[in-house]
Design a protein around this ligand. Structure first.
Ligand SMILES: Nc1nc2c(c(=O)[nH]1)N[C@H]1C(S)=C(S)[C@@H](COP(=O)(O)O)O[C@H]1N2
Ligand SMILES: [Mo]
Length: 364
């Protein structure tokens, strides 16, 4: 059934562009992270991102095909029914757009971090399909393509395709919804959102990195560096309390938030309630999954004074979420209010708590 009429959380278009616009095009739409419990994003509230405002295609699953060709011994075309006969996996993964970055002007966690969501997906490992086709010696990359007029093709290293990538037809227990790629989407766990190709219809196996639609921001000198640059770094954000909310008074609050990393499972989340002087170990609510959001909590007694709340994620390969100052330092830029993060922004988000309990963006 429908949710209670008292529950009003909705997705909201990014500030830069109305959605749908005058032509009915849907651009990037943020998920209301502050209204989520646990770690699964309900499908109806999953963020949506499209290439240049692509229309969501109306695809009849009976007509849909996935073609695998290129450097393979047996090029194959799969129907949806054929895919569903094969061994499947069910795994939780996050998707995050490279455009998910906090700016000083943003007023809620939906605006600062709403271009990520997490769901349980069901589908067939790409390795199962690729082995069926017989990948030829010398192959090193795949190109994957969606079915809309803007195909959004992307190059993915063959090692990643053979490791944990899969083609998903299920999301949160039902068929993937049209905005998320019905009837079939590619999941490349931990890579930035643009590689999670929706409405997947074609995979070509090739022997070098190829320039595609998706590669406009990924020109790097060397294959390995290029592939690693597409992996989301360790990241976390406190969703309660977060900007736009107001604490009714001093006393106990369980701080709650989400942590994730493209490098694997979250190993540690620390919370600071004094602007970063002391870091305290947060508690996981459930077992952290690889490349998936993990819900964390930390019990806090607010004394009623002004302070800042921060969270910091460390993943299983030892990567630590940086402060914005550290990112500026890394990119050799001065750190001030005008600093905009180069590349993917996984910096620590500060929330300022005022004496009246109001919570605001610490970058403001
Ligand atoms: N076919 C297709 N795949 C696509 C896109 C698209 O517009 N078309 N958008 C990409 C972008 S930019 C992102 S961030 C993710 C967003 O996934 P979501 O809309 O399910 O959140 O899908 C990627 N895959
Ligand atoms: Mo994106």
């Amino acid at each position: 059934g429908d949710r209670s009429k008292y529950e009003t959380a909705v997705r909201a278009p990014v500030a830069e562009r109305a959605s749908p616009d005058a032509f009915g095009l849907v651009f990037h739409v943020n998920a209301p992270l502050a209204d989520f419990y646990g770690s699964i994003t309900p499908s109806s509230l999953h963020y949506v991102a499209t290439h240049r405002g692509a229309f969501v295609p109306d695809i009849d699953p009976k007509e849909h095909r996935l073609m695998i060709h290129g450097m393979v011994d047996r090029p194959l075309i799969f129907t949806m029914d054929e895919l569903k006969r094969l061994p499947f996996v069910t795994r939780q993964h996050f998707v995050e757009c490279a455009g998910n970055r906090a700016k000083p002007t943003q007023k809620t966690v939906q605006e600062t971090h709403g271009l990520t969501s997490n769901a349980e997906y069901t589908g067939v490992l790409l390795s199962t399909l690729l082995k069926e086709c017989g990948v030829q010696k010398g192959a090193s990359w795949i190109v994957a393509e969606g079915a809309e007029e803007i195909k959004g093709a992307g190059s993915i290293p063959l090692d990643k395709a053979m490791d944990d990538s899969f083609v998903a037809y299920g999301q949160n227990g039902e068929a993937i919804r049209p905005q998320q790629g019905y009837p079939l989407r590619l999941l490349v766990p931990g890579f930035e959102g643009i590689f999670q190709i929706k409405h997947l219809r074609r995979i070509k196996v090739v022997d070098k990195f190829l320039m595609n639609y998706n590669e406009f921001g990924h020109l790097r000198p060397e294959d390995k560096e290029l592939a690693l640059g597409e992996q989301i770094g360790p990241k976390s954000v406190i969703t309660y309390p977060s900007a736009g909310q107001r604490l009714p008074g001093k006393g106990f609050y369980e701080i709650s938030g989400l942590a994730w990393s493209g490098g694997g499972a979250v190993k540690l989340v620390e919370v600071s309630t004094d602007g970063g002087k002391k870091w305290n170990k947060a508690q996981f609510k459930g077992t952290p999954q690889r490349m998936a959001h993990t819900r964390f909590g930390y019990g806090w007694n607010w004394d009623g004074n002004e302070t800042q709340l921060l969270s910091r994620c460390t993943d299983e390969i030892g990567q630590v979420q940086p402060l914005r100052e550290q990112l500026a330092n890394y990119w050799n830029q001065p750190y001030d209010a005008t600093f905009a993060v180069t590349g993917l922004d996984n910096s620590i988000q500060p929330w300022t708590i005022a004496r009246d309990g109001s919570v605001t963006n610490g970058f403001a």
